[in-house]
Every structure is written in structure tokens, then in C-alpha cells.
Design a protein around this ligand. Structure first.
Ligand SMILES: Cc1cc2nc3c(=O)[nH]c(=O)nc-3n(C[C@H](O)[C@H](O)[C@H](O)COP(=O)(O)O)c2cc1C
Length: 398
């Protein structure tokens, strides 16, 4: 049986599910797997829009052959060059050597560098269109979402936006492929984790793209990962708008790195004081246990961040270092922060935390608390001060 599915007359989803890969881009955990979505329009001309990751390319090409029943592919649109969407290009070209490849000026150098393909290219620019017969494609550039060459393709007859990675999600498509057929609640974290981890660094390009695409009469959004949107388009667009503006809710993410439990105890104390002040949305993460992707996802949700680390060889603990590096690298904006931790002699984490606050430009709401050995009464008082200052700040700005 061919798992290809018609999504509108003569337009098919020809994607695959990947439940075998544990970590996406060899870094981001995939507890619910991931789908690589590809699409084909069978008109007077046949066009494939984006391909899939190479591990399933044999099945993929076989599906296309079955579906086309002897017809050839005329065009391949490359919205995004990342290998999880271009991994099957060479296999496709082996079966259909005359395919004309559609991309933009930034696509083709990458195509040559990754796959040595440099013939039969058709370059498109902003607003260019292509007639397939009944269907017409329009191309719009979406640079840095999340690579320089990224673009989107709008099919204007049915109003379908082939959005590449934009509006994508982790999680396989277990049965249904549309947003009204799958359990969106079950996928919720995988949708936001995809945004915060993969697209999150590019808030400004996302805002630009939303404004540009906002004028199109979109009836369906077909991303390269996650469910196809046809019933809840406004919902994902609103989420993207919120996330890409770094607009967060009232709540606090406490993250600690602790070897022997002293710093962890301070995390619990701060959380208790926050609760005393009426803060309900408190998420505590152990940076040594929880992958940064989940912590970053919570930081994209909540305005307040309180970070704690024991001193470790003159620095913060390595698992905290990893998180700080990620946050700095992503340039996450618009948070308020405070710090705590433990030491046994000259400390180490606090100078690193201060450097972090300066670099990321988050407002520090209270002086840090650094306990020497196990935390004592005066440390608990400083923790109380951190929690109360954070709660007051959130009351003021959220
Ligand atoms: C490998 C190692 C390196 C450490 N480096 C420092 C340091 O540079 N400065 C310091 O004051 N304490 C240092 N300490 C001591 C711890 O920071 C201290 O014991 C702290 O209370 C541990 O907090 P925790 O219980 O949350 O793990 C180090 C401890 C270990 C085991």
C-alpha cells in the first residue's frame, strides 16, 4: 500500500515518518519522532516540492513512481537545502534525470556543494510564478528562516502555502496528517520545541515573513515537518507571532546545576517563596538531567528566569555552561533574571552569570545569592529577596 495521500485534487502528501532517529540535527531529542513532509502536484506538469531525509529515499521514490504510473517528474522545488529535505534529491534525479530544479540564487551554490548538482536549474526571484496547467506556483523568499536560501511556495489555485520549515513541528504523523485529524494537545510541546530550538534564533526574520505572507489568501499550510494546517491556521500563525516577538507569560523557569544538592535546595527554597507571592507557573529543571531543548522551550514561554550553579573549577558547572551558551547563541530576548549557587572557597559561577546577563541584556531583578557550603539562614533570606523581587517585577510587567 502506498501511504501517499491526496490533500487537494491532484496534490499529494508524499512524506515519511522517522521514529528511528533519536536526536534531530544530532542534538535535539526526538521522543515522538519526526516526519519529513514532501508534496507532489500532478498537473499538466508534475512538480515535487521538497524531498525527504535520505534514510527513507528508496521508499520515497517508489511511492512517487507508483503514484505517477509512468509519468515523469518535470520540476523539483527546493524551498530549503537542509539535508533532511534534500537527502533524496540524488535518488530522485537518478529516476527522473530531466527534472528541472527550481531554487533561488542562494540555493544553487549549496546544491552544488552538497550534491554536486549544477545542471537543469531554474532560478526564481521574489514573486516569480510558474504555471503547471490548472495550478500556479508563486515563490517568495524567507531568508534566515532558518537558512539564508529559504523560500516558500504558494499554490494560488487552492491557496496552499508550502512553507518549508516555517510552521514545522517535531513528532511523527501517526495516522492522520491534517491538524484536525491528529491530537494537537499531544503534539503541543513538540510544536513549540521545534519553534524555540530550530527557528527561535530568528525572531526578526520570522516577523518579516509573517508580514509578507499575511497578505496571501492561505487556506492550507504544508510545512516540511508536522501536521498540515487547514483548520487551525490562525492558531499557529498567532503562536509564531507571539514566539517571534519573544512575548512570554507570567511565570518563572528555575534551572540549577548541582553536584551535592546545596544549589538544588536553594532552587526549592526560591520556588517556595515565589509560590508564597502567588506565582503559579513555576518550572524547575535540573540542567544535568533535562536536555537544554526542553529548558529553552520553557524559557520561550515564561518571562522570569532564575539560574543557579555550584562553582566548578573557577566557573559555572558544565551543564549550566551549555545552557548559557545556547541562550547567548540564540540571543533570546525580553526576560528578567536572577542568580544563585554554591561554592566552597572563591566561587566561580557568579562572574559567569554576570557576564551572561550583560551579554544577553536581560534585566537582573535582585542581587545574587551564593552560599558557602550548605545554605544558611542569611542565604535563605537572600533567596527570599530574589523570589520576592522576581514576583514583584512580574506583577509589574506581565
Ligand atoms: C570538581 C570540583 C570543583 C570545584 N570548584 C570550585 C571552585 O572553583 N570554587 C569554589 O568555591 N568551589 C568549588 N567547588 C566546591 C563546590 O562548588 C561546593 O562544594 C558547592 O557547595 C557544591 O554545591 P552543590 O552541593 O550544589 O553541588 C568544587 C567542587 C568540585 C567537586
Amino acid at each position: 500500500m502506498n501511504l501517499a495521500r491526496e490533500i487537494k485534487k491532484d496534490i499529494y502528501w508524499i512524506g515519511v515518518n522517522d521514529r528511528r532517529t533519536h536526536i534531530f540535527e544530532n542534538y535535539w531529542p526526538l521522543p515522538k519522532g519526526v516526519a519529513y513532509n514532501s508534496y507532489i502536484i500532478v498537473d499538466e506538469k508534475v512538480v515535487v516540492i521538497d524531498t525527504i531525509e535520505r534514510s527513507k529515499m528508496d521508499d520515497y521514490v517508489e511511492n512517487i513512481e507508483q503514484l505517477l504510473n509512468g509519468r515523469k517528474v518535470d520540476y523539483l522545488v527546493i524551498n530549503h537545502m537542509e539535508p533532511d529535505h534534500t537527502g533524496a534529491i540524488k535518488a530522485l534525479l537518478c529516476h527522473y534525470p530531466d527534472v528541472k530544479i527550481i531554487g533561488n540564487a542562494k540555493t544553487f551554490p549549496m546544491l552544488k556543494n552538497f550534491y554536486g548538482v549544477c545542471e537543469n536549474l531554474m532560478e526564481v526571484k521574489e514573486g516569480d510564478s510558474l504555471d503547471l496547467g490548472k495550478h500556479k506556483l508563486n515563490f517568495y523568499m524567507a531568508p534566515m528562516l532558518h537558512w539564508p536560501e529559504t523560500m516558500v511556495t504558494f499554490e494560488s489555485t487552492e491557496g496552499i502555502l508550502f512553507s518549508g520549515d516555517i510552521f514545522g513541528a517535531f513528532g511523527t504523523l501517526d495516522g492522520g496528517i491534517f491538524d484536525d485529524e491528529v491530537d494537537l494537545d499531544y503534539l503541543e510541546e513538540e510544536i513549540s520545541r521545534y519553534y524555540s530550538n530550530i527557528v527561535g534564533k530568528y525572531g526578526q526574520p520570522a516577523q518579516t515573513a509573517l508580514k509578507k505572507l499575511g497578505g496571501l489568501p492561505i487556506k492550507m499550510v504544508c510545512a516540511t515537518h508536522g501536521p498540515i494546517r487547514r483548520s487551525h491556521i490562525a492558531d499557529i500563525v498567532a503562536k509564531y507571532d507571539k514566539w517571534s516577538k519573544y512575548d512570554t507569560d507570567k511565570g518563572v523557569v528555575i534551572v540549577f546545576s548541582s553536584m551535592y544538592g546545596n544549589t538544588e535546595k536553594m532552587a526549592d527554597i526560591i520556588a517556595r517563596f515565589l509560590a508564597e507571592k502567588g506565582i503559579k507557573k513555576i518550572r524547575i529543571h535540573d540542567a544535568s538531567k533535562t536536555h537544554p531543548s526542553y529548558i529553552i522551550n520553557d524559557i520561550f514561554r515564561y518571562k522570569g528566569v532564575i539560574l543557579g550553579s555550584c562553582a566548578y573549577n573557577g566557573n559555572a558547572f558544565p551543564t549550566m555552561e551549555t545552557l548559557l551558551f545556547e541562550l547567548e547563541h540564540m540571543g533570546v530576548k525580553n526576560h528578567v533574571v536572577a542568580f544563585f549557587g554554591g561554592k566552597a572557597w572563591a566561587g566561580g559561577a557568579m562572574p559567569r552569570f554576570n557576564q551572561f546577563a550583560e551579554k544577553i541584556k536581560w534585566e537582573v531583578v535582585a542581587p545574587s545569592c551564593e552560599a558557602c557550603g550548605c545554605p544558611k539562614d542569611e542565604d535563605f533570606e537572600t533567596c527570599r529577596n530574589i523570589a520576592y523581587a522576581m514576583a514583584d517585577k512580574l506583577d509589574e510587567i506581565c
